[in-house]
Unconditional design. Structure first.
Length: 378
């Protein structure tokens, strides 16, 4: 059959382009061995970026060029949803994350982030809208947040959206690559994580409210490009990872008002010339990472696993990797985070998003062939 290739070490076959096919991939666990199968539920999407589950089990998926689609659990892909605003689909920019309102069952509201074109360039923005999943359209689209600068360039937009347990929305914002020094400036949204209410207003308990020269929506600063974020299932605190340059990809516990160092304190090195960036890897006023990767794996997507489908995985943190084309499983023991194992290396897909589904299984978006993947127990 055209397009098939062997998955090394297991004798299974990948037949690209077919829906609901199974990669017979045996993944060795660091504890007891537990095989998993990778099922390709849907394929043919164009640079899929984010995945969220609707109450009926269908998935709302964003494609970076500016489309949203609904994908059924059986792999049926809808036509594009109408009403998505224009996006700046250049470089790493475009239509990015999407999440449901905590009250979606009654308000049918979604929130999504995107690179918004402006007269000067583009900026990361967040909109809310009412979704009609049957008519495939958005209505009442409203921009509730936008970065206060909109430079040219196509890199480092962030942007993950996470609702806290209090109903406020965290938004991760990149440093836009050529403007990395602004990550340390509290009058700029570049290289920040902000916390807003669902209407875009500022919660009064944000750490910089009332501080002269600081934007009140800022929650934390000194970030480079956060493309994965999730709430810790026990503490409810926000965790996030971010890309480092040639080393220094980080996982951080995001605490209010803290400085996470970029570009002054980092494990990263300059591209091409390889010299160290900043002053070093530690400073008293900078929050150290809970884990860092050198060399960089190019992380994207992030989810804590709270189900019971896979033996030994409960409580693990899963992170997709674009550069190394794998799924990393991390564990927290004695207050320390370590990488427990690397999964799906034989599959060779750029993992963009990682989500736990209502079935208790892990679902992935991968960019290599534009697919929705599901991990099934073996």
């Amino acid at each position: 059959m055209a397009g098939e290739r062997c998955v090394s070490g297991v004798g299974g076959w990948l037949r690209s382009g077919l829906l609901s096919m199974v990669l017979l991939l045996v993944v060795g666990m660091t504890q007891a061995a537990s095989p998993v199968r990778v099922t390709v539920v849907a394929s043919g999407l164009e640079t899929p970026w984010s995945l969220t589950f609707l109450p009926d089990g269908r998935m709302l998926v964003t494609e970076r060029p500016g489309r949203m689609r609904i994908v059924s659990p059986q792999g049926t892909v809808s036509a594009p949803i109408a009403g998505v605003p224009d996006v700046h689909s250049r470089g790493q920019g475009g239509l990015l994350d999407v999440v449901l309102s905590p009250a979606f069952a009654t308000d049918r509201t979604i929130f999504f982030s995107f690179a918004q074109p402006t007269r000067d360039g583009a900026r990361t923005a967040v909109a809310r809208a009412v979704l009609d999943s049957d008519a495939l359209k958005l209505s009442e689209v409203k921009i509730i947040f936008a970065q206060n600068e909109s430079p040219s360039g196509g890199h480092h937009w962030g942007s993950r959206l996470v609702f806290g347990r209090d109903g406020n929305l965290f938004v991760t914002l990149g440093d836009r690559y050529s403007f990395r020094d602004r990550a340390q400036d509290l009058d700029s949204h570049m290289g920040k994580i902000v916390r807003i209410r669902p209407d875009g207003s500022v919660p009064p308990d944000n750490p910089f409210v009332g501080k002269a020269g600081a934007l009140p929506e800022i929650w934390s600063y000194g970030h480079r490009n956060v493309q994965g974020a999730a709430l810790h299932p026990l503490t409810g605190t926000l965790w996030a990872h971010e890309h480092g340059p040639q080393g220094g990809d980080e996982i951080n516990e995001i605490l209010p008002g803290r400085n996470y160092g970029w570009p002054v304190i980092t494990y990263g090195r300059e591209y091409v010339i390889g010299t160290r960036i900043g002053e070093g890897t530690e400073r008293a006023d900078v929050e150290p990472p809970r884990h860092q990767w050198t060399p960089s794996i190019a992380p994207s997507g992030m989810s804590f696993y709270t189900g019971n489908v896979y033996p030994g995985w409960q409580g693990s943190l899963f992170v997709g990797a674009l550069k190394f084309r794998l799924l990393a499983r991390l564990s927290e023991e004695g207050g320390k985070v370590r990488e427990a194992e690397r999964l799906l290396e034989d599959v060779g897909r750029r993992i963009r998003d990682v989500r736990q589904g209502p079935d208790g299984k892990l679902w992935l978006l991968e960019e290599t062939e534009g697919s929705v993947l599901r991990l099934d127990p073996g």
